[in-house]
Ligand binder design. Structure first.
Ligand SMILES: C[S@@+](CC[C@H](N)C(=O)[O-])C[C@H]1O[C@@H](n2cnc3c(N)ncnc32)[C@H](O)[C@@H]1O
Length: 490
């Protein structure tokens, strides 16, 4: 397929992409195929073919983790199987098969060496030119670990030194660290892949493109999330959209080696969304904002001049780290009534600390918006109007924030629109049932959930039909058709 973008280069971004024609929201800009894919670093033992967790099951030829006979024969495992067999290097069974194992860190770099051999042209034109940040990475503790677990392991233990050298392997480690994207889990662990063309896109915390990975052949489809004019830069987000500025910038510096200076990072209120805003504990009038979000050590001050409360960036980071462990505990709960009740208790506990749209509260509200209506004791037809309204309130809060930080047709928007349709529909029917609405008013009220379903279906049906989002997209489409029909016969 013809690519609707070109590659440019400047001092700030290195290589980056610009649109070479006006693009509509949802339009495919380009597709790309992975040069290599495989396990992420620091992953627990997993099947090297299907990525499901394994315990004590290994390939009968090479002795590395594999879950079944079929996976043992999978094409992607064969080349590494030959290398391990030839060098007589076996996987050392760990004490705890559920703990991260550095032994698997070598797999994706090894696959990259093999892919380079098989595809020298693509390596030369697409991979050799990639950013590796070797100068910065060499100073990190992870450099030493990569030397042991990857570079020396493959060259010495796996006897690849005759064909490949240290410099090449160090480069491969850098290419993976800076450019790999996550492939979401398909029932196993998530993995990573290098898409050489997608990797050229620069980062912005308010992206204008979105990518979806196809399940069958791992092709990635890259689309415009919003209308983009010819000549405009294409921006991907390398971070989690709902994270606050401190966390996003720290992640980008730690793992992608640059200081993000985008308009969202530069704005004290995160473009009015207040994803980083803390309530003042000393007065009722002000909120606490960073005096300079582009300086990670800048002081945080109360906006009320008469209050004068100040705190340090270090204290702010510490608070976010401590609270994140509580959020992680919430995320480890099975979806059920407790998962709702503990999240509501969390919101109650921290509502006097954070702005209602602070990232910490908003991410918990996002999950709650998904849970209400779906879990035992809280199924949609059991929810009283008050809880239906709570679900609506949370969906709208997330959607209003997404309008600013993740505009256009994104998976998160699709999911929230789908979640919003059900309580709106039930509330309208409840009002009609209690005689508060006449038939014409009910029809009018049902227009919004119908639109939510139409938008959710349009956005999510672009995803792979086997993916969780693709499945919801198809359900949204069917529900939309049903609602249309019941509106006609009302
Ligand atoms: C995935 S690569 C993007 C392609 C890269 N520019 C190249 O020429 O190969 C990520 C690297 O691009 C640069 N980069 C991307 N977005 C940036 C941004 N918003 N500000 C500064 N540097 C950025 C950083 O060097 C980052 O480590």
């Amino acid at each position: 397929m013809e690519k609707h973008c070109d590659i440019l280069e400047n001092e700030k971004f290195g290589r980056y992409l610009i649109a070479n024609k006006d693009l509509d929201a949802g339009e495919i800009i380009f597709t790309d195929t992975p040069f290599v894919f495989g396990p992420k670093s620091d992953t627990p033992p997993l099947c090297l073919a299907c990525y499901c967790p394994v315990e004590n099951t290994v390939c009968s030829r090479c002795g590395w983790p594999i879950c079944s006979e079929a996976c043992e024969k999978a094409a992607q495992h064969q080349a590494e199987c030959d290398v391990f067999l030839g060098a007589k290097v076996k996987f050392q069974p760990p004490e705890d098969w559920s703990a991260p194992s550095p032994q698997l860190d070598c797999i994706t770099p090894l696959r990259m060496l093999i892919a380079k051999e098989n595809n020298p042209d693509r390596w030369q034109h697409e991979l050799d030119v990639m950013e590796t940040h070797t100068g910065e990475r060499i100073k990190r503790p992870s450099w030493e670990a990569d030397q042991n677990n990857i570079v020396n392991f493959l060259i010495n233990h796996c006897k690849l030194g005759a064909k490949f050298n240290h410099d090449l392997l160090e480069k491969i480690c850098g290419i993976l660290a800076v450019n790999a994207v996550e492939i979401p889990s398909r029932g196993g662990f998530s993995s990573r892949a290098i898409y050489p063309y997608l990797a050229i896109a620069a980062h912005n915390c308010v992206p204008n493109i979105i990518h979806s990975i196809q399940y069958d052949d791992l092709t990635v489809l890259v689309r415009a999330a919003v209308p983009i004019k010819s000549g405009e830069t294409l921006y991907l987000s390398y971070t989690h959209a709902l994270s606050p500025t401190i966390i996003r910038r720290e992640y980008l510096l730690e793992s992608k080696y640059f200081n993000c200076e985008c308009h969202r990072c530069a704005d004290t209120t995160e473009l009015g969304t207040h994803l980083s805003t803390i309530k003042c504990s000393k007065c009722d009038n002000g909120v606490i904002l960073s005096s300079n979000p582009l300086d990670s050590e800048a002081q945080w001050n109360c906006t009320d001049k008469n209050c004068g409360f100040k705190t340090s960036a270090a204290a702010m980071r510490k608070m976010l780290t401590v609270i994140q462990t509580e959020v992680d505990q919430l995320d480890s709960l099975e979806p059920g009534p407790l998962a709702i009740e503990q999240r509501e208790a969390f919101i109650n506990k921290y509502k006097s600390v954070f702005h209602p749209r602070h990232s910490v509260l908003l991410s918990v509200k996002y999950t709650l918006a998904e849970l209400y209506g779906r879990v035992e004791g809280y199924t949609i037809d059991e929810l009283p109007d008050l809880m239906l309204e709570r679900k609506v309130e949370m969906c709208r809060l997330v959607l209003n924030t997404l309008d600013v930080i993740l505009p256009g047709d994104t998976r998160m928007r699709g999911i929230m629109l789908y979640e919003l349709h059900a309580p709106l529909m039930y509330l309208a029917r409840s009002e009609f049932g209690s005689g508060l609405l006449i038939k014409e008013q009910l029809k009018e009220k049902l227009r919004e959930p119908l639109q939510c379903l139409a938008d959710a279906a349009r956005i999510l049906q672009r995803e792979d039909p086997q993916s969780p989002e693709g499945i919801i997209g198809n359900i949204a489409y069917q529900s939309m058709e049903q609602l249309k029909l019941s509106l006609e016969t009302l």
